[in-house]
Write a protein that binds this ligand. Sequence first.
Ligand code: G16
Length: 540
Amino acid sequence: MTHIAKEKLATLLMEYPKPAGIVMGYGTAGFRARADTLPWIMIRIGILAAFRSKVKRACVGAMITASHNPEYDNGVKLIDPYGEMLEQAWEVYANNLSVLDDDIHILSDYLENLMNQLNIQANDEGIVAIAYDTRQSSPLLASIVKRAAQAFYTTIMDFELMTTPQLHYAVRCYNDNGTYGHYTEAGYFDKLCTAFQNLIEMTPNIQRFEPLAIDAANGIGAMKLAYMRQTLAKYIHIEIFNDGTRGHLNEKCGADYVKLYQKAPDGIPLTNYSKYCSIDGDADRLIYFFIDKNNQFRLLDGDRFSVLFASFLAMKLKEAKLADDVKIGVIQTAYANGRSTDYLVNKMHVPVACVPTGVKHLHHKALDYDIGVYFEANGHGTVIFSSELKSKIKMVLEDPKRTVEERLAANQIRAFINIINETVGDAIADLLATEVILSILHLNLEGWLNLYDDLPQRQLKVAVRDRTMIQTTDAERRCVTPPHLQDCIDELVSKYPSGRAFVRPSGTEDIVRVYAEALTQQEADDLADKVRVVVEQLTK
Ligand code: G16
């Protein structure tokens, strides 16, 4: 470590000291907490981003956002060269750096050891792409990451305001030398919108698009959607509400609010549209909803996207006569409604895997398939396609012996792949993919909802003294600690036919999450509430 790097680091440590007694872990989606408690961790993450880039000899990303959390929170997560979440082995370094106090000697000793261990030379090149959401605290936090990375001779690509998935996309494109697309925001929209138009134009008898009202959670998505809205105006009429001009970020609006409370967001008229959707604060989650004939609010969550996307792709594979050669699978978490899993496995005959919460886990598992469809029930997800699958599509398209219908289906899959952001769950890409599938299949939201009936469910947030007291196993479906908690949950669940419940500590908020489902809403609510009481008692 050079003398200059040490000096720059010492200055940053003095400017942004670590508060006494603070403990922070790299959680479900990086470090996340109240924004005013975060500057010190940005120093550590800036250094780690520089190191990661030097080791991988590629650009890595640092996204400043707390996504679905309230405005007063913020966070940071690192993006690996292929646009995916930071490799889990490196989360250990992030946690080690978080434990270290502000002593420049101790910190530089640790960093020098790490450089030796990872074979990093002080003058190795590094490049870090930084972007942030609309939170007031974001520019300052981004500037700290930038200065810390620069202390280690790293070039910064400053994208400023971007959605989280846009940064994932940009990092991938930059490292792929343009094969995946152009790394600018214009490149991102051009790829998605062109693929959307192509898919519409190649599909005979496509249904007209009904106007769509979007709740943009008063976040970054509003300004980005405005650009897309204009480009696609010829095909679909989009109205944007909760665009940040009046309400507060994620407050009584946005995908998390709509899913958690199972009700429509504030700030959007509920009479004029047949289709609504909500995105979250950094536009990586998407939820659809509508008001039915009986004036009831009806929700279409992440499980529904899995079913819709997997159905469409399975149908097109069959039409392209590729179904026998391609392994398609769906990845879910414990939050997936039992009926969605049942529908996928028993009606669609698609294999389903269950992994712990966090798209990093779902994405990793999805790599086992040629087409890996992954969505968390909260609306966070995407589809990934293997290179073998992409080659097979190309072969069908280039084979003159294939029929017009087979080639059309292959072409539709190819266009669909280009709408999808394969790097991470992306509300904008998922929205375009959903709209075009619904139109191709001539489905409205009611028809989509009627594919299966959800089991009534309830989610609760429980504030406890120390959420790390709860530890889980079996993809978070069972508790290991505190003692007796799982026995109590099992006993409660046994009293409800088709009942299921679990608890887990959140990795993004200082709370414990309780999930329950049962045959009626009343029973799901009762079960969730009883589990809450047990959690509160056993974590006192
Ligand atoms: C993040 C993660 C998601 C996860 C969610 C909630 O979403 O990216 O994978 O489901 O947090 O996690 P937890 O239950 O651990 O708090 P987002 O949209 O906030 O980035």
